[in-house]
Write a protein that binds this ligand. Sequence first.
Ligand SMILES: [Zn+2]
Length: 129
Amino acid sequence: MGTITHYLCPSCRKEHHVSGEFYEVGVPYIVCNKCGTRIDMRAARDEWDSMGVDKKIRIGLGVIILDGFLGFIAAAVAIGIFEGGLGIKLTTENVRILGGVVWVGVWVLLVMKKKAEIADSINRTRNRN
Ligand SMILES: [Zn+2]
């Protein structure tokens, strides 16, 4: 999902490709697989405890925007399965309810995934100290 950012190793100039969606919770560096140098990537991700409120808000907005896309696609697929796959003729009201349920379901999954990432991040940070 989203973009791929290229990071150049400051020591050996090897290029690394990191994919990500908006701003992420995670280890704020990657290790060069050629020379072992740590490549700073705090512009793209950082540990939860190190983030300011502005970045935490970006994480939250990322989840909401991502649900806008994924929830829409999942709802369209679900309606396709009901109508095309199972041959169930849905009323406008059915479509609205089914779409809404799928939309909220995707949102719950995304929030749970993000909460798990934040918990991992907090564990990493506090165990290091
Ligand atoms: Zn390197």
